[in-house]
Each structure stands twice: as structure tokens, then as C-alpha cells.
Design a binder for this molecule. Structure first.
Ligand code: TXA
Ligand code: MG
Length: 318
């Protein structure tokens, strides 16, 4: 393997970031495309490689809650209580941005997204680096988030940055985003940390967007999408339908005669495998992907949200 396609050491990774370069990093949710959050030139490289609109803000990843005051002001106590309960982990807090944070990071907004990822390698990197890492998911705009180093390489090909390889992501879908600057506080993006868990700390927390804000790119209807057209089908429909030319993403087991992948029927395990399964099915170049209807219920909210966006964006170029 050529030298620069292997996983860098923490020292090498730090040197790349200090020099203003890009580095793909593992997290427990999905892989991130990281750059020094204090360096506007480095941030510009993220937007260029992702082909992401410049007004879409990035999440800044920090080593622990002690660094919150470096990035945010007017930090409410609940931010520290949520951090104590859920960090390191898949929760992003939206706070008022510190005036020193480059505008490029926040798309010119007065708020900033902050999160402390739960990955031993990325924790080691953040501690060695000392600062914050701006990192969106390491995929091209509108496409499926990567949950392994191989996915990042497939996504960017020749243009791929070095990848700190932490293996497969344990959670598999992006972090829950909670806006603490709105009153009442609001979940902007569903994730594996659920409404009921947050309600313990924020009794009046609301789910869903107050308005459809394009500033949260994960809130665009079409997002997290494969290139192949996709349709949702009930189990009964999958059984009856001629699935010739199609591949199936089934729940628990593949229907007789169907070609595709079955994911477990627990929401967390389904989430872990979802993007990888969609990537594999997308690579089959089938006429369409038929996705089996998943259960309703609070534990399926985040998964169903990602499926709805994949359905909206599948088969169209962003
Ligand atoms: O799990 C995750 O959050 C992953 C890993 C890499 O940490 N990151 C991720 O980043 O999903 P990205 O950029 O793909 O999605 C972050 C979302 C975007 O929809 C962005 O608009 C929103 O967070 N966001 C970031 N800062 C924000 C802010 N100040 N106000 C509102 N939304 C914000
Ligand atoms: Mg993303």
C-alpha cells in the first residue's frame, strides 16, 4: 500500500491539521472531514472538497466540555449538564458563537454547533492537537455519510485526504442536534440520543423544526441519498411484487427470492448498518432499491428520518 493511503499516526495527523490540511477522522456516528477550526483557509478546503454551499455551518469537535468557553458565549448550565450526561457521545449542542470563531465555520451565523466525539483515536487526536476540529460528515454534499474508512476513500477517490482509520462507526447515523439558543430548546436533527433522554434535562424540549431552515443541511428534504432510485414497500408488497431488476433492503430477513440485504429489526442495530447497506446496494447499479417499511415509534424516529431523506434524494444529482 502506498505510504499516504495508510492510517497516519496521531503525530502525523496533528502535523497535517497544523499545516492547514484536511484529515478524515473516525467518530462513533460517522466519519468526519476535519480541519483546524481556527484556520479559514483550511475550512475553505472542506467546502471545496465536499462541494457544500458556504452558508451551511460546520460542527466543531472538541476534547471535552472544558473547551466550551473557547467556542461559545452565554453558555447555559444545561449545556454543561447535557455534556456531563452525554459527552463524549452523539450529541451536538448549538450555542451562541464566540466572536473569535471564524465566520467560515458557522456560515456567518451567530450560533455554533459543538460536539465531543466518542472515538479513542479522535479523542487522542483532539488532545494532541489542542484546538477544535471543524468536521462535517466525510461525504460529498447530499450523499450518504461514510461509516468506514473505505467509504471515505470511495467517496473522494483520488481526492481523498489521509484517513485516520478507527474501524466501523458504532452508531452509524449522525449526532442528535439540540439548539440551546432557541426558547424552548429544540431538536434540529434526530439521532440516537432521543427526545425522552433529553427531556430529563430540558423538560420543555421540542422535536422537529420550527421552520424548515436550509442552514441545517441535514434538514433539506433530499439528503443522505444513494444515486439509485429508491421506493418504500411494505413486507406484503415485497412478497407480491416482481423484484426483478431491483435490490431489496429488508427488515430482519430477505423475502423469498429477493436479492439484497436484511438489517436487524432493532432500531440501533438497523441504524448502525443503514448507510453501509445503502452504499452496497447503490453499487449494484440496480434499476431501483426497494426499502422495506420500518416500524414507527420513538426509537425509530432517527432511522425513519434518514430513510425519508434518502427516498427524497435518491436517483437525483445534488
Ligand atoms: O455526527 C455528526 O454530527 C457528524 C460527525 C462527523 O460529527 N457530523 C455531521 O456534520 O453530521 P454535518 O456537517 O454533515 O452535519 C452537521 C449539521 C448540518 O446539518 C449543519 O447545518 C448543522 O449541523 N449545524 C452546524 N452548525 C449549526 C448551527 N450553528 N446552527 C444550526 N445547525 C448547525
Ligand atoms: Mg452530513
Amino acid at each position: 500500500m502506498p505510504e499516504n493511503s495508510s492510517s497516519p499516526s496521531i503525530a502525523e495527523a496533528c502535523a497535517i491539521l497544523r499545516a492547514g490540511g484536511l484529515l478524515a477522522i473516525p467518530t462513533e456516528t460517522v466519519y468526519g472531514l476535519a480541519a483546524d477550526a481556527r484556520n479559514p483557509d483550511a475550512i475553505a478546503k472542506i467546502f471545496a472538497l465536499k462541494q457544500r454551499p458556504k452558508s451551511h455551518p460546520l460542527i466543531v469537535h472538541i476534547a471535552d466540555a472544558g473547551q466550551l468557553p473557547d467556542w461559545a458565549v452565554e453558555i447555559p448550565d444545561t449545556a454543561y449538564r447535557l455534556a456531563a450526561a452525554f459527552w463524549p457521545g452523539p450529541l451536538t449542542l448549538i450555542l451562541s458563537k464566540h466572536p473569535d470563531v471564524p465566520d467560515a465555520v458557522t456560515g456567518g451565523q451567530a450560533t455554533i454547533g459543538l460536539r465531543c466525539p466518542d472515538s479513542p483515536l479522535t479523542q487522542a487526536l483532539l488532545r494532541a492537537f489542542g484546538g477544535g476540529l471543524a468536521a462535517p460528515s466525510a461525504n460529498r454534499f447530499g450523499r450518504l455519510s461514510p461509516t468506514s474508512a473505505g467509504h471515505v476513500r470511495d467517496e473522494f477517490g483520488e481526492q481523498s485526504p489521509r484517513i485516520l482509520d478507527g474501524g466501523e462507526c458504532g452508531i452509524g447515523i449522525e449526532s442528535t442536534i439540540v439548539d440551546l439558543t432557541s426558547n424552548p430548546p429544540r431538536i434540529l436533527r434526530e439521532g440516537s440520543i432521543r427526545h425522552a433522554q433529553l427531556q430529563v434535562f430540558l423538560p420543555d424540549i421540542q422535536s422537529g423544526q420550527a421552520t424548515t431552515s436550509p442552514r441545517v443541511s441535514g434538514s433539506l428534504d433530499a439528503h443522505y441519498a444513494p444515486r439509485t432510485a429508491m421506493r418504500r414497500r411494505t413486507r406484503a408488497e415485497l412478497g407480491a411484487e416482481t423484484v426483478r431488476g431491483s435490490v431489496v433492503l429488508a427488515l430482519k430477513s430477505l423475502p423469498d427470492g429477493a436479492d439484497g440485504i436484511a438489517l436487524p429489526d432493532s432500531a440501533d442495530e438497523y441504524a448502525r448498518g443503514l448507510y453501509s447497506a445503502l452504499r452496497q446496494l447503490d453499487a449494484r447499479n440496480a434499476a431501483e432499491i426497494l426499502i422495506e417499511q420500518t416500524p414507527e415509534g420513538p426509537e425509530w424516529l432517527a432511522v425513519n428520518d434518514r430513510i425519508a431523506r434518502a427516498l427524497a434524494g435518491a436517483g437525483i444529482s445534488p
